[in-house]
Write a protein that binds this ligand. Structure first.
Ligand code: ADP
Ligand code: MG
Length: 330
């Protein structure tokens, strides 16, 4: 069965039937606008991401369920990076009329399964025909008690730079796919089914542990640069401290390759944050509690916003920043 057999309103109806009612939803899918009741004293945090076929994903490298999962996970990660609680999801979807309904169903299952893991409700969206590529626009709303969200601008000289999990796995998987190799299941999952650090982000905010925070979507260098620019400080990163997984270690054979993937690779969806030194023990306790590796990779110092990399010889040099810029691809 094809999408054009079901039609726009048939599809919206299908989505509505598959979506459990969310908490605080006064009016959800089916009216002109969604009406939400927020808890008193909470602020609304909103983030949007676009996923475009052949720009962000390729049909032959992923499956529809994973794509739905990832579309939600990357948005959850933005809310996590603010230290907020994700709550509501909006799905904009454009695809060709000859799309198999089975593919859409798999995609929706990926979206709804990942959302429900965090008690996030799909409460609205828009549905359109596309003349060619799929286009997926996900908007997520989260909430946090007033003055608790963590921005990019709070890093201060003397703070430590911390990162969750390991870096480079997703970029290694992508590189292998580009080279026509098949990454093993663990690497593939890091790329296609990332896990947002929702609980870690929220706890860092609730316990007031992080001074600045961002999620790593564009690579450590580019995303650390965002914190340093916003905060008006320099950062020193110790190359040897950058955490990598065993599969990453085994799958990369030289230091330059590892450096390229961890610093510039992106799509790790780990949290990068700064903390004052006195909080280090509390951070370690939180990591143990959540069974999440949190690694100190460097420190913040006075400066105009440069990144310094201390390499394995102990020499420190300033690092060029080249995050991913959609309009400056070479
Ligand atoms: P309008 O013409 O007013 O934009 P639509 O017909 O596009 O209304 O949407 C009707 C209802 O269905 C709205 O509540 C909208 O939020 C919801 N909706 C439409 N597309 C989607 C989708 N892809 N996912 C979730 N909800 C959707
Ligand atoms: Mg509409």
């Amino acid at each position: 069965l094809k999408l054009k057999g079901l039609g726009e309103f048939g599809l919206i109806d299908l989505i509505r039937q598959k979506s459990p009612q969310g908490q605080g939803v006064q009016r959800g899918i089916g009216d002109d606008a969604t009406e939400i009741r927020l808890p008193a004293g909470h602020h609304l945090l909103t983030s949007t991401d676009l996923l475009i076929e052949n720009v962000h994903f390729r049909r032959d490298w992923t499956d529809w369920n994973s794509l739905g999962h990832k579309a939600v996970a990357v948005n959850l990660s933005d809310i996590a990076a603010m230290g907020a609680t994700p709550r509501y999801l909006y799905l904009g979807l454009a695809c060709p009329g000859d799309t198999d309904l089975a593919d859409i169903d798999q995609f929706l299952n990926g979206v709804l399964d990942e959302a429900s893991r965090y008690d996030v409700a799909l409460v609205g969206g828009d549905t359109c025909h596309s003349p060619g590529p799929w286009l997926i626009a996900v908007t997520i709303e989260g909430s946090a008690p007033a003055c608790q969200a963590i921005g990019r601008d709070g890093a201060r000289a003397g703070d430590l730079i911390m990162v969750s999990g390991t870096l480079g796995d997703s970029a290694l998987a992508l590189q292998m796919l580009r080279d026509g190799r098949i990454p093993d299941a663990e690497l593939m999952a890091r790329h296609h089914r990332p896990t947002a650090r929702v609980e870690l982000g929220r706890q860092l905010a609730e316990r007031r542990l992080a001074t600045a925070m961002i999620d790593i979507s564009d690579g450590l260098a580019g995303d650390l640069d965002h914190i340093l620019q916003a905060s008006g400080v320099d950062g020193v990163v110790d190359e040897l401290l950058i955490p990598v997984s065993a599969v990453f270690e085994n799958g990369t054979d030289s230091r330059p390759v590892r450096q390229e993937l961890t610093l510039y690779g992106g799509e790790d969806y780990e949290l990068l944050f700064t903390v004052s030194r006195e909080k280090l023990a509390e951070i370690e306790a939180l990591g143990a509690e959540l069974q999440t590796t949190i690694t100190r990779i460097g420190s913040v110092r006075e400066g105009p916003g440069r990144i310094w990399l201390r390499d394995s010889t102990g020499a420190t040099h300033s690092l060029s920043v080249r995050g991913y810029d959609h309009f400056c691809r070479t």
